[in-house]
Design a protein around this ligand. Structure first.
Ligand code: F6R
Length: 366
């Protein structure tokens, strides 16, 4: 049921405030100052004694894993590696008994992720699953886990599964930070309230939809698009590019903004749109200078900025303002306009957004 929306993808984009609330339910208790997740509590010592965390996933779920790398290292000071499940399984990886492996999968059926889990288990690691589909193969194969509770995701392009995966991983990172004492009790409690406010912020950011329709009108005929971001916004850039390529068939690449001068800058001319995620707390001055470098080569800039920004708004062809939040929660907000941008561009190009060519919702063969 599309509930009045033209496509499942748009419906699922709009469901994100309530999907994130469902992910919180019974788990996030800011007034009590606690996070309660049985899969974590029952295995807390495994996480606290972990030598490192290795995250395995594919596609959009791998991007959620990259966000988690920043979260776990930044908040809980646990070293993290993020691996494409397909590379991990064939690489003869070094996995020890005190490694914790987190597998992320919306469908819970991705063949490479499932094989990576079996391999890690055979080497003695504890494997924790973050899945959306209840009772799926990955949910059953893992030693413990936490569901995202996003509800069914029908559109092939993942939207609410991504933001709810990040939500679960944020809950875990905060819980571990609290248990390890890497966050003070008062900072921890503040983080819980900041997280609790995210569904409202997502609701607000959905108001950019009309502006994005207008931007999409100017970009629906491009051949290429570059997405740039730093720190927490780097995985957001990768995800923005993946969304555009998979549903609109426009070639798009995501890069860490500072890597631009090591190659992609050669592509920039007046034909090349560059989407820059340039929120206030993601190394702002550095990203401003990246934008100047693009401008001086006549690139066309679409910037995602924090509400009230003035500097970047003057430089960009289009600036999409999003509500302010603490840095570690920015991906949950900054992702939304990029989902909408790819959606509207794909619709304008006459693409089948819910079922893009050559793609399947569940990749059960390698
Ligand atoms: C992107 C997309 C794919 C999946 C990938 C992993 O929008 O849908 O890249 O993210 O195939 O799928 P799951 O999460 O089901 O393991």
């Amino acid at each position: 049921e599309k509930k009045g929306y033209d496509h499942f993808m748009l419906k699922e984009i709009y469901e994100q405030p309530s999907a994130i609330l469902d992910t919180f339910r019974g788990r996030l208790l800011p007034n009590e100052g606690i996070i309660k997740m049985s899969g974590i509590e029952d295995n807390l010592s495994k996480f606290l004694n972990a030598n490192r965390i290795v995250i395995v996933a594919c596609g959009t779920s791998w991007h959620a894993g990259l966000v988690a790398e920043y979260l776990f290292e930044d908040l809980a000071r646990i070293p993290v590696e993020v691996e494409y499940a397909s590379e991990f399984r064939y690489r003869n990886p070094v996995i020890k008994r005190d490694d914790v492996v987190i597998a992320i999968s919306q469908s819970g059926e991705t063949a490479d992720t499932l094989a990576a889990i079996k391999l890690a288990k055979s080497m003695g690691a504890f494997v924790f699953g973050v899945c959306n589909v209840v009772g799926s193969s990955i949910a059953r194969e893992t030693n413990a886990g936490a569901y995202t509770h996003a509800g069914p995701e029908i559109g092939v392009a993942s939207t609410k599964a991504f933001t709810t995966q990040i939500t679960v991983l944020t809950l875990i990172a905060l819980r571990l930070a609290n248990a390890k004492g890497t966050l003070s009790t008062s900072d921890y409690k503040k983080c819980l309230f900041d997280l609790e406010a995210i569904p409202r912020r997502v609701e607000e950011v959905l108001d950019v939809n009309d502006q994005i329709v207008k931007i999409a009108e100017n970009y629906s005929d491009v051949a290429n698009c570059l997405y740039l971001g730093r720190k927490y916004n780097f995985p957001v850039a990768l995800e923005g590019a993946l969304k555009l390529k998979e549903i609109s068939y426009i070639h798009a690449e995501g890069y860490p903004a500072a890597e631009m001068k090591h190659g992609p800058i050669a592509l920039i001319d007046e034909q090349m749109p560059v989407v820059v995620i340039a929120t206030k707390k993601g190394n702002y001055e550095k990203i401003v200078s990246n934008i100047q470098e693009i401008k001086s080569r006549r690139g066309r800039i679409i910037a995602v900025v924090t509400q009230g920004d003035t500097m970047i708004k003057e430089m960009a062809d289009y600036a999409i303002e999003i509500p302010e939040t603490v840095e570690f929660l920015t991906p949950l907000i900054a992702t939304i306009p990029l989902q909408l941008l790819s959606y509207h561009i794909a619709v304008m190009r006459g693409c089948n957004v819910d079922q893009p060519r050559n793609l399947a919702k569940s990749v059960t063969v390698e």
